[in-house]
Design a protein around this ligand. Structure first.
Ligand code: CP
Length: 327
């Protein structure tokens, strides 16, 4: 497969192993660009991307902005607090006004699950989901899978544990869809109050005891406790959560000796992850962030290539872009 035949990237649910591998392999090629003295290739010259962030973000927003710049796309950044949404404009009107300016891609983060799907059905421009409510965060899922593949090789039969607030986590859902499709054995672990009903139907096993969950694990992906998405207290206190579900040195000792620890960020140090684990050489948290730029470059490139008209009938080769001198 050389081409991603999709206008939008809304989630990893339903994405084939072939599509996932195309994105991961393309990201692998693009990763090297960020190591160059001049970190820029002309792959998306002439394309315009709008980053529409209606929720706070450090990593995802900066990562998309850098990915767009490194591919030579023009970009515009809009946040909720500085947009006309505060004057009462609807998401639909905002998006249609942006499209009227002849943009090519909207990258959207929104607190409402389904907001990117709504825009995708409305607009000719491509839509990339940068995290929608508790639904999906596909580029985070992809960069987590990319980092795991980088560290562990083929993910088939690897044991990956996702620990924390599974019910409120879009990161967990995207990870589950991507990892199960690639043949990994996924265990989800967390308090019963944070475990969605019938989560097993997604092809994962459930364990409420963290020590049992991590036995022989190749990787543990630690989720942030998302206090802002809880309407009720789902556990008695942060201190109690930390004692029962916090990933610390003792928990890591139960994993495979070369097992790795991931966290999507932002971290609540001392709650879901201890300082010593976060800063240890078992943690690949900053490598995830580095890989995120390459993954987002790949997604932007493949989505724009997929949306191209007949003038670009032949699939453009990433190789050709890489061999193009930095601009
Ligand atoms: N992982 C993640 O989505 O981080 P940000 O909220 O900082 O973008």
């Amino acid at each position: 497969m050389k081409r991603l035949d999709r206008k939008d990237l809304l989630g990893l649910e339903g994405m084939s192993a072939e599509e996932l591998k195309l994105i991961l392999d393309t990201a692998q090629s693009f990763r090297e660009i960020s190591e160059r003295p001049v970190k820029k290739v002309p792959a998306l010259r002439g394309k315009t991307v709008v980053n529409l962030f209606f929720e706070p973000s450090t990593r995802t927003r900066a990562s998309f902005e850098l990915a767009e710049k490194r591919l030579s796309a023009d970009n515009v950044n809009i946040s909720k607090s500085t947009s006309s949404v505060v004057k009462g404009e609807s998401l639909r009107d905002t998006a249609e006004n942006l499209q009227a300016m002849k943009i090519d891609v909207i990258v959207i983060r929104h607190s409402a699950s389904g907001a990117p799907h709504f825009l995708a059905s409305l607009l000719d421009a491509s839509v990339i989901n940068a995290g929608d409510g508790a639904h999906e965060h596909p580029t985070q899922g992809l960069l987590d899978v990319f980092t795991l593949r980088d560290k562990l090789g083929d993910l088939n039969d690897k044991k990956i544990v996702i620990v924390g607030d599974i019910a409120h986590s879009r990161v967990a859902r995207s990870n589950i869809f991507g990892l199960v499709t690639l043949g990994a054995r996924v265990t989800v672990c967390g308090p019963p109050t944070m475990m969605p009903v019938k989560i097993e139907d997604l092809g994962v096993s459930v364990e409420t005891d963290l020590r049992r969950a991590v036995e022989g694990a190749d990787a543990v992906n630690v989720l942030r406790v998302q206090l802002e998405r809880q309407n009720v207290n789902l556990f008695p206190s942060l201190a109690e959560y930390s004692v029962i579900y916090g990933v610390n040195k003792d928990i890591v000792a139960g994993m495979k000796p070369d097992g790795v620890v991931l966290h999507p960020g932002p971290m609540n140090r001392g709650v879901e992850i201890s300082h010593d684990v976060a800063d240890s050489d078992r943690a690949v948290i900053l490598q995830q962030v580095t890989n995120g730029v390459a993954v987002r470059m790949a997604v932007l490139y493949l989505i724009c290539e997929g949306a191209r008209e007949s003038a670009f009938d032949e699939p453009a080769e990433v190789e050709q872009q890489l061999n193009t001198k930095s601009v």
